[in-house]
Design a protein around this ligand. Structure first.
Ligand SMILES: Nc1ncnc2c1ncn2[C@@H]1O[C@H](COP(=O)(O)OP(=O)(O)OP(=O)(O)O)[C@@H](O)[C@H]1O
Ligand SMILES: [Mg+2]
Length: 263
């Protein structure tokens, strides 16, 4: 359903000591597909280009090359409907929510804007969104700072879901949460995928969480795809030395390190 071909993004940055400008190819000819109804994990070390891919898919960055095709059409953001179909969840929940807006209003606002719902109808939709992420309706009367990190991430997910997206892009959505809260949010993503059939692109640097979460994986290194495949296959038999290295750094994971020593 989402087909990305040869995606490229170059940043022009100042060199140190005023030595002019230099170019960084943040992503350099990246191609992948995210299958309908599946969870695709994008992993890689810091600076490998994960967020740049997410920002291109979100329309926040304009790619310098390549194509993004969604259900046979170029991925565009020029109408309300197109913007609604693909939704994003980022790591920074505080930055994603207006501190002066009650949770209920933060979710109501885009629903009103996109679907023109009013009053009772709007209230029902907001409650349904909160309920779908395990937040009680009365919590909607609170402000963002009155919630825990995990609750805030649920609210951000609820707001994304209010647009009835077919594709959800989540960039490090659990990285700032405690391990036990991480597990709850991860099972929420799985539930949304299974029960609502929402396709998810899940970006993380933490390979521990990918194995039980995602169906497919791509491994990025320096803006290029190093390895791709089904999660079970890649974890069992990583082809690239870099993937083996990443897997071997997971505490308690011996498979990757044996391969490294054996190679
Ligand atoms: N706006 C920008 N201007 C200049 N360089 C940038 C910009 N955004 C990203 N980069 C550079 O592009 C490369 C990829 O960055 P990106 O944020 O996509 O990595 P990442 O894989 O998400 O890393 P992390 O795991 O730390 O979030 C890095 O070298 C980064 O410094
Ligand atoms: Mg990032």
């Amino acid at each position: 359903m989402l087909k990305v071909t040869g995606l490229k993004k170059v940043f022009r940055v100042e060199k140190m000591f005023g030595a002019g400008k230099t170019e960084i190819a943040a992503i350099d000819g990246v191609s992948f597909e995210a299958k309908e109804g599946s969870i695709l994990a994008i992993v890689g070390e810091s600076g490998s280009g994960k967020t740049t891919i997410a920002r291109c898919l979100a329309g926040i960055e304009t790619p310098d090359g390549g194509e993004m095709v969604y259900n046979g059409n170029k991925l565009e953001f020029d109408t309300k409907e197109k913007r609604a179909a693909v939704q994003y969840v980022f790591q920074d929940t505080f930055g994603s929510l207006n501190p002066r807006m009650k949770i209920r209003d933060a979710i109501a606002e885009p629903i009103e804007f996109h679907f023109g719902k009013k009053s009772a109808d709007l209230r029902t939709s907001v409650d349904a969104c909160l309920e779908s992420v395990g937040i009680k309706a009365e919590t909607g009367n609170k402000y963002p700072h009155e919630l825990s990190g995990g609750q805030r991430q649920r609210v951000v997910i609820a707001r994304a879901l209010s647009m009835n997206p077919r594709l959800l892009i989540a960039d490090e959505p659990v990285s700032s949460l405690d391990v036990s809260v991480q597990a709850q949010i991860l099972s929420l993503f799985q539930k949304l995928n299974r029960e609502k059939g929402i396709s998810i692109i899940f970006i993380t640097h933490d390979l521990r969480i990918v194995k039980s979460l995602a169906h497919d994986i791509i491994v990025l290194k320096n803006g290029k795809i190093e390895e791709r495949g089904g999660v079970a296959d890649v974890y069992r038999e990583p082809k690239s030395p870099y993937t083996r290295l990443l897997l071997s750094s997971i505490p308690g994971n011996q498979a990757g390190s044996e391969k490294i020593h054996g190679s």
